[in-house]
Design a binder for this molecule. Structure first.
Ligand SMILES: *[C@@H]1O[C@H](CO)[C@@H](O)[C@H](O)[C@H]1NC(C)=O
Ligand SMILES: *[C@@H]1O[C@H](CO)[C@@H](O)[C@H](O)[C@H]1NC(C)=O
Ligand SMILES: *[C@@H]1O[C@H](CO)[C@@H](O)[C@H](O)[C@H]1NC(C)=O
Ligand SMILES: *[C@@H]1O[C@H](CO)[C@@H](O)[C@H](O)[C@H]1NC(C)=O
Ligand SMILES: *[C@@H]1O[C@H](CO)[C@@H](O)[C@H](O)[C@H]1NC(C)=O
Ligand SMILES: *[C@@H]1O[C@H](CO)[C@@H](O)[C@H](O)[C@H]1NC(C)=O
Length: 444
């Protein structure tokens, strides 16, 4: 069974047509395997990118932090980063998270080897990175440091300000998960609501209808089910929640409306045709590996992220609620049981519960109480309900997960344009040493 991983970003394949003069160098920095054990002397090479194309002496350091995906230079997903670099004549870096992309602290992904994959270690990697660049690149010693990140990387930006406030003057945390619980069934409830809101009752009802029809044929193991098996469509139906949720999370409203047109165009008796629509939709999602892949592969992240889910984050996106259109095909108990299966007997529900409580107690959950961070959320993003309280964020309608960190465009709806503008202005004030206005001091 492939694992639910709809948190994972759709990686932009296209290199954007940003300023051609801009060059980003791929470089490596030595990091400790374990920052918290003085007796552990092993080290590894972390990948990052660097650019001084727009840098002018006195300019700030701008870092785009990556999360559970490979570092991608000139990706349209971080268009805002490039705009900020140019506008503020910044020295630019992007960092890759340990265990993802090409940043391999260990040889493979056995449970034993995964023990150094923790958010605390990743935060310490970033701290060493900032200290190292400030001390080794001439002129950067006193530069202001601004850090951007979205999704899991947005959580890192937030916690970096809490754990290492002396190393970051301001940050933009987009669509970050900050509240951890065991059963995050609200994610698929939210997906259902978004389907209804964007595609109408007719789209929601159609998804619900084919869920029921499929589960009925599967249970009966009848001719229709055999036909679906022969056509390789059972895999599409089994992954249906993840496929549709991924599109809800990552596509803007007009794209998802088109998807709903395809969904609703299918005759309600044509279970094969609906399977083909699902197949088409799944083909648009990048392959990010399986939870049992022991070997590293640059664009595989499922196993690593699943480990973090079992060891730190919880937030299992179960189908435990009835208020969603995918049936109860992924009950919470079956999802959590996979932690033990993949990583060993230690990963019981009690263990995960304890870890989730710890991280909430440490960082404050939906109220992290941190200053100099600009929080944005996407209104229809299933991760909204694991984020900071809405009152402390700019909640942007009409966009998908992380889209506020794309470049500004004349097509941006007014609320999106205003949210981006606010981010620009806050960053400008932090670069200029601001921090006394109410906006920048607000702690949430
Ligand atoms: C690239 O650099 C050249 C030479 O400095 C300059 O003339 C040109 O305007 C730059 N292009 C852009 C898009 O900034
Ligand atoms: C490191 O080794 C020393 C000497 O063997 C020991 O006293 C100390 O407790 C060790 N530290 C850790 C964090 O294990
Ligand atoms: C995983 O890596 C370790 C070294 O860290 C090695 O001893 C072990 O054989 C590897 N296991 C697999 C299944 O490749
Ligand atoms: C189903 O998948 C198998 C294995 O990937 C492949 O060999 C077969 O041709 C596929 N069948 C159809 C009808 O696509
Ligand atoms: C929505 O996404 C599509 C495909 O990525 C893009 O062509 C379109 O411009 C986007 N619309 C808005 C309003 O951003
Ligand atoms: C709708 O379905 C058609 C035919 O399969 C496909 O070409 C098109 O890309 C689909 N549209 C979307 C938004 O997925």
């Amino acid at each position: 069974m492939k694992l639910q991983n709809f948190i994972i970003l759709i990686i932009a394949q296209l290199v954007m047509g940003f300023n051609d003069n801009f060059t980003e160098k791929e470089l490596w920095i030595e990091q400790k395997l374990d920052h918290f054990d003085e007796n552990e002397t092993r080290t590894w090479q972390m990948r990052y990118s660097e650019s001084d194309t727009f840098y002018k002496p006195g300019g700030p350091i701008l870092i785009n932090v990556n999360g559970e995906w490979p570092l991608a230079v000139k990706s349209e997903l971080c268009g805002m980063f490039y705009e900020l670099v140019e506008k503020f004549n910044a020295y630019a870096f992007q960092t890759e998270h340990r265990y993802y992309g090409k940043s391999h602290p260990v040889q493979n992904l056995t449970t034993e080897n995964l023990q150094y994959l923790t958010m605390k270690q990743a935060l310490a990697d970033l701290a060493h990175f900032v200290r190292h660049q400030k001390s080794s690149v001439p002129g950067l010693a006193n530069s202001k440091v601004i850090i951007l990140g979205c999704s899991y990387a947005g959580s890192i930006v937030t916690y970096f300000r809490k754990d290492y406030p002396e190393l970051i003057d301001g940050g933009w945390s987009s669509c970050a998960g900050l509240y951890y619980r065991l059963d995050y069934s609200d994610a698929l409830v939210s997906v259902g609501k978004s389907i209804r809101k964007i595609g109408g009752d007719v789209c929601y009802d159609q998804v619900n209808h084919f869920t029921k029809a499929y589960l009925k044929h599967k249970k009966a193991n009848d001719e229709t089910y055999t036909l679906l098996q022969q056509l390789n469509l059972t895999v599409e139906y089994n992954n249906m929640d993840e496929t549709i949720a991924t599109h809800v999370q990552h596509r803007n409203i007009s794209m998802f409306q088109k998807i709903c047109s395809n969904i609703t165009a299918v005759d309600s008796n044509d279970i094969v045709e609906f399977g083909l629509v699902l197949q088409h939709l799944r083909s648009k999602i990048p392959e990010v590996g399986n939870k049992d892949d022991i070997e590293f592969s640059e664009d595989h992240s499922t196993r690593q992220y699943f480990y973090q889910t079992c060891n730190e984050f919880g937030n299992f996106q179960s189908t435990s609620s009835q208020h969603q259109p995918f049936g109860n095909r992924k009950p919470f108990s079956s999802l959590i049981a996979q932690c033990k299966k993949e990583f060993g007997p230690k990963f019981t529900i009690d263990y995960i519960n304890k870890k989730v409580d710890e991280i909430n107690a440490l960082y404050g959950g939906t109220q992290p109480n941190v200053d100099h961070i600009y929080f944005t959320k996407a209104e229809d993003d299933p991760w909204r309900w694991a984020g900071i309280v809405d009152e402390c964020a700019t909640v942007i309608p009409g966009i998908a997960h992380c889209h506020d960190l794309r470049a500004r465009s004349p097509n941006d709806p007014p609320a999106l344009a205003a949210a981006k503008q606010k981010g620009f202005e806050l960053i400008e004030s932090w670069i200029n040493g601001g921090g006394t206005t109410r906006e920048t001091l607000t702690k949430c």
